[in-house]
Design a protein around this ligand. Structure first.
Ligand code: PLP
Length: 380
């Protein structure tokens, strides 16, 4: 896809978040998981895009269930979304029950001590405070071990407590053929059979998109909402939600055999015209996107052409090869697209040996974040 060259004289990069795209992505997933509620993972500041504006847009689209990692993230959302149901994935921190209760945050109870502490809080208030129970079916990260199921069952039955939800998390959902998915589904099914009538939740983005039998009563997509690729080896059907642009600050004419950047890690194999771009790892453009003669790195879109990154990403800038643009030479101040409709987060992630999640959550830079809503989008 090519677009008209956007010539903007700016001093630095700018990030634009398309809230309408995030809403459309949520709606698409909500349609796919029609029999289940569709929640939204907005942890890590809404995957780096700004938890409050993102969650507000998702609420308008129809989401009522939000997943954050820490209680602080839950507190940050609460004033913006007084009616939302907010689950705290990392669990209940010791002594924090009054805070959770006060702000109506629902802990995802991951261990017997957490469950004990929550049940004590419930007894103290004579109230079945909502929380989720998380069982580990193979991730080995958080959650009750399966051999603790009968203890969990006894503990909640003893006090007549019913959790809001039973959940588990998949280790390999991005590889739908991986046999671990079957194993985890079978183990999860055996757990939920022991808690009849309690809603269950297993699916992240990838499982929402690939396996109806994993939807249960609620799906919990994250990355797909933000336009990232959830399922490996398939065309990503989601709409990109982020545009990161950075200005050209200088054009350089270089000779065959010269090196570029720190470590002299790239030797030019031909006479090359470089453009220096004002974006670096201090802006969250990760250094792993660097290139050498042996290994291609990131790329940017400029005047209808994908231009490769040359040499190492430095703190405040990187170089791109614009030789193939010929006499179509950009002017300083002109913006290149680092992420957007022509360069996806996964296009930047793959050569850097990482995932779109890390590209997005690294976007903490010296640039303004602008939000555009559905109404402000030009007609397609
Ligand atoms: C982050 C997370 C999700 C969302 O995962 P995506 O792969 O981003 O869709 C769902 N559930 C849990 C427990 C998570 O930690």
């Amino acid at each position: 896809m090519t677009s008209a060259p956007a010539i903007v004289t700016g001093y630095g990069p700018r990030l634009t978040v398309d809230l309408g795209a995030i809403q459309r992505n949520w709606q698409a997933l909500d349609k796919v998981s029609a029999g289940a509620l569709t929640g939204a993972a907005v942890k890590a500041d809404g995957y780096g895009l700004g938890a409050v504006p993102v969650a507000k847009a998702l609420y308008v689209a129809g989401t009522r269930f939000f997943f954050v990692a820490t209680p602080d993230e839950g507190l940050a959302l609460r004033p913006a979304l007084p009616e939302a149901h907010i689950f705290v994935l990392n669990g209940l921190f010791p002594g924090a029950a009054p805070l959770y209760v006060g702000e109506r945050l629902m802990p995802v109870l991951n261990s017997l001590p957490m469950l004990e502490e929550w049940l004590v809080a419930c007894l103290g208030r004579n109230e079945a405070l909502p929380a989720a129970l998380h069982f580990d079916t193979g991730m080995n990260r958080l959650g009750f071990r399966l051999n603790e199921t009968s203890i969990v069952k006894r503990m909640i039955e003893d006090v007549g407590y019913a959790p809001q939800m039973i959940m588990s998390h998949l280790a390999c959902a991005d590889q739908p053929q991986h046999e671990k998915n079957r194993t985890q589904l079978a183990l999860f099914s055996s757990v939920i059979n022991q808690f009849p009538g309690i809603p269950a939740s297993l699916a992240n983005s990838a499982a929402t998109m690939t396996s109806r039998e994993m939807h249960f009563q609620m799906v919990r997509p994250g990355i797909a909402l933000y336009g990232g690729r959830a399922v490996n080896g398939r065309k990503n059907p989601m709409v990109p939600a982020v545009t990161l642009e950075a200005p050209v600050i200088q054009i350089r004419e270089c000779k065959t055999g010269e090196s570029v950047g720190y470590g002299a890690s790239y030797i030019l194999p031909r006479d090359t015209r470089l453009a220096i771009i004002a974006l670096g790892y201090a802006d969250g453009f990760i250094r792993a996107a660097s290139s050498t003669n042996q290994h291609a790195g990131g790329r940017v879109h400029l005047r209808g052409t994908l231009c490769p990154l040359i040499g190492r990403v430095s703190m405040d800038m990187f170089a791109i090869d614009i030789t193939d643009l010929g006499n179509d030479i950009p002017i300083p101040g002109e913006m290149v697209e680092v992420l957007g409709p022509n360069v996806s987060v996964d296009d930047q992630a793959d050569p850097a040996g990482t995932i779109g999640y890390e590209i997005l959550t690294s976007l903490k830079g010296r640039y303004p974040r602008t939000y555009v809503s559905a109404a402000e989008q030009p007609a397609a």
